[in-house]
Design a protein. Structure first.
Length: 178
């Protein structure tokens, strides 16, 4: 029992530490709202709240993306598309943004490589390949954009989908070799 109380007390104390530095150099601090023991000596788990948010762009739940479908390369089934991080008002956001980018056969569909030779990304950094040539976690360049080039093996309508947080954007890409 004594060991359990010690572990709980240490966990409660650790919960009151400050957290990471934001990109603007400020700090958000988690602070405790109650003491750790009541008058009878019973452990009280602290109620925590954030006392400040320095960089609200990092916590904005309504971020999204804008997909600009590029022209089809002459006589080829290739299109180069620009993906831009946008805020709740639709204005472009600068700074690094984590996107999940995938190609599907339907709007908001599951990742697919059917008739897709490659989905290649540039101007940022691939973090994880979920499905090769179809689905990636990707960090944009510092200007908040990524370039997605799709090369298909057959004419058709494909969809490029981008997730930013919980928001998903889907845009049709119609590829013809004419």
């Amino acid at each position: 029992m004594k060991k359990l109380i010690s572990i709980m007390a240490i966990a409660a104390l650790m919960a009151g530490v400050s957290y990471g530095q934001s990109s603007s150099g400020g700090r958000g601090t988690i602070v405790k709202d109650v003491s750790y023991f009541d008058a009878s000596g019973n452990l009280i788990v602290p109620v925590l709240y954030a006392d400040s948010v320095v960089d609200s762009s990092r916590t904005e739940p309504s971020s999204s993306s804008l997909i600009t479908v590029g022209a089809i390369a002459a006589g080829q089934l290739i299109t180069t598309n620009t993906i831009t991080a946008v805020d709740a008002t639709g204005a472009a956001k600068t700074g690094y943004t984590l996107f999940r980018i995938w190609v599907s056969e339907s709007e908001y569909g599951a990742p697919s490589t059917n008739n897709i030779e490659t989905l290649s990304l540039s101007t940022g950094t691939a973090i994880s390949t979920e499905v090769s040539n179809a689905d990636y976690l990707y960090i944009t360049s510092s200007n908040g954009t990524a370039i997605a080039t799709i090369t298909a093996t057959a004419e058709g309508t494909y969809y490029i989908n981008v997730s930013v947080g919980g928001s998903v954007t889907s845009e049709a890409v119609v590829l013809t070799s004419k």
